[in-house]
Ligand binder design. Structure first.
Ligand code: C2E
Ligand code: MG
Ligand code: MG
Length: 508
């Protein structure tokens, strides 16, 4: 072989191996590209709902802000955050995962069904959706919200379960509230947090909300100071209790109620040294977050047991007393332990004390709940489910718990006189209570006609401003003494809302 043909052969071999290497590399690149595309799809779209994720939201928001900024004038857009909240996490914890996945999928579909062609929805966290609405502000936003919230509040029905999920939402406008992605998302989140705190379905961002975040932290610090600094007996310097009557009625004649049993609910009040009276709805959640609810709860049950025994000693052993327990108080065991000690050392009438728990507390861990409730039962402490009807309760779970009472949430009571839907909800709650053999009490009764409607539907327990506002210890005893003196009757005060229509209704 000549040297020329040798070199040609060498070149051919080199070309072949380069081309083989090329093919191998191309195959590798293509495999990598497939992997990248797969990964990108994975981080771009949420598996359960099929909606774009936070990753896409950030890219799209940045692009949108850039293009809006380039325009000479713009209507801007709205960032709306929707959170599914506590009920959803409870469903996730207690029911099969296929049910929570179905709920997420349905939620995505429902949101999509009300969006305009230019609007977009992202599934950013398991229980959070972010909507970018083009030009929907003010009245237009209200219209979208009405459609959206009514679609989301429809119960989810799946394999025998019916789950209603209350949602909270918050929004911020571009460019009025913020001009950057991070500001817009943060402000919409602050607004959604405020909605959750105030138990509202929607809050629009305003700069003062940022102030309330600062105030929250300050308030948390002052709870720490109020509770931790002095010994437990000094809590009474800032915290006090008021008592709101709960009346159980056996008959109604016009404006006169025949009273079978009188109870009261202890409600805590915090008189802050500089801020004045702070409502429990503001500080109880903060005390929960910090764990300070535990010393506060011990003080509270101590106060309640003390009051009950002093009422008993003064011949008013017929009044029962309820105390509210937040989820953490219920679970921690500290209150239970304090109660056990106090009850065994004081001679309280049997079943004089009731604890009020919310549906959320009950369903968090059904097994543990049953055990705790049995122990309450053994101590002679009654158990009431507060704010019933707003959370998610499956009847099959409810009957497993040893309960004594259900309190219909104020939400279903306040518009009873004009809302048929609320009336049918109450009717079904009456049925549930009857089937389970539980006492039923309606809270937030403000109108005479509502009280009569409730009575006709089969509800026998009532609490609300119509009967009495929360009272001091002394006032409560006077309230009780007056009923006893009037032969166990109570007269609805003249001029109460819903009087005239109700008088006739009562005879019907
Ligand atoms: P809740 O247990 O459902 O208490 C009923 C709340 O509704 C009370 O507000 C009461 O004053 C108010 N209310 C009663 N009747 C009416 C009415 O006819 N109309 C209206 N609009 N409101 C009425 P409050 O005292 O502000 O308590 C709010 C919540 O704070 C309570 O709801 C309970 O969840 C919590 N809370 C209160 N005291 C305590 C406590 O000592 N410990 C714990 N853990 N939570 C408490
Ligand atoms: Mg209560
Ligand atoms: Mg309540």
């Amino acid at each position: 072989m000549t040297s020329a043909s040798k070199s040609q052969e060498g070149t051919t071999t080199l070309v072949t191996s380069i081309s083989e290497e090329n093919t191998r590399l191309r195959a590798q690149v293509s495999a990598l590209e497939k992997k990248v595309a797969h990964l990108e799809r994975k981080i771009s779209f949420q598996a359960q709902s099929g909606l774009p994720t936070h990753f896409r939201l950030e890219i799209d928001l940045d692009n949108l802000i850039e293009s809006e900024n380039a325009k000479p004038s713009t209507l801007g857009f709205t960032v709306l955050i929707i959170q599914l909240g506590q009920t959803y996490s409870m469903v996730r914890k207690t029911l099969r995962s296929s049910i929570s996945e179905w709920i997420l999928y349905q939620t995505g579909c429902r949101v999509n069904s009300v969006l305009g062609p230019e609007d977009k929805v992202y599934h950013t966290r398991e229980d959070e959706f972010v909507l970018v609405l083009r030009g929907a502000k003010g009245q237009d936003l209200k219209k979208v919200l009405r459609r959206l919230l009514s679609a989301l509040c429809e119960p989810h029905v799946f394999a025998g379960f019916t789950v209603s999920l209350p949602v909270t939402s918050g929004a911020a406008y571009f460019p009025e509230h913020g001009r950057t992605r991070s500001n817009l998302l943060h402000y919409a989140d602050v607004a959604a947090g405020s909605a959750q705190e105030r138990k509202k379905s929607f809050v629009l961002f305003r700069p003062t909300l940022l102030q309330s975040v600062v105030e929250r932290v300050e308030l948390q610090n002052s709870i720490i100071r109020a509770i931790e600094a002095p010994a437990i007996r000094h809590l009474g310097e800032q915290f006090s209790l008021v008592f709101q009557p709960k009346l159980f009625v056996s008959d109604i004649d016009g404006r006169v109620l025949r009273i079978e049993r009188i109870e009261a609910e202890a409600l805590i009040r915090w008189n802050h040294p500089t801020r004045g009276l702070i409502p429990p709805a503001t500080f109880i959640p903060l005390a929960e977050e910090t764990g300070l609810i535990e010393p506060l709860g011990k003080w509270l049950v101590y106060q309640c047991v003390r009051r009950l025994s002093s009422w008993h000693k003064s011949g008013r052993g017929d009044i029962g007393l309820s105390v509210n327990l937040s989820p953490r108080q219920f679970r921690s065991g500290a209150v239970e332990e304090t109660l056990a000690g106090l009850i065994s050392s004081s001679k309280l009438p049997e079943r004089a004390l009731t604890v009020e728990l919310t549906e959320t507390s009950l369903f968090e861990d059904a097994e543990a709940t049953t055990l705790i409730l049995r122990r309450f039962n053994a101590m002679g402490v009654r158990v009431s489910v507060d704010d019933f009807g707003t959370g998610y309760s499956s009847l099959s779970h409810l009957h497993r718990f040893p309960l004594d009472e259900i309190k219909i949430d104020r939400l279903f009571v306040e518009n009873l006189h004009q809302n048929h839907q609320d009336r049918s909800i109450v009717r079904s709650l009456v049925g549930i209570a009857r089937d389970l053999g539980l006492d039923l009490i309606a809270e937030g009764v403000e109108r005479a006609d509502s009280l009569r409607h409730l009575y006709r539907m089969g509800c026998r327990g009532f609490q609300g401003f119509l009967l009495s506002r929360p009272l001091s210890d002394e006032e409560l005893l006077k309230f009780r003494d007056r009923i006893v003196r009037d032969g166990m009757t109570f007269r609805i005060p003249p001029g109460a809302a819903g009087e005239s229509e109700g008088d006739d209704a009562a005879k019907g």
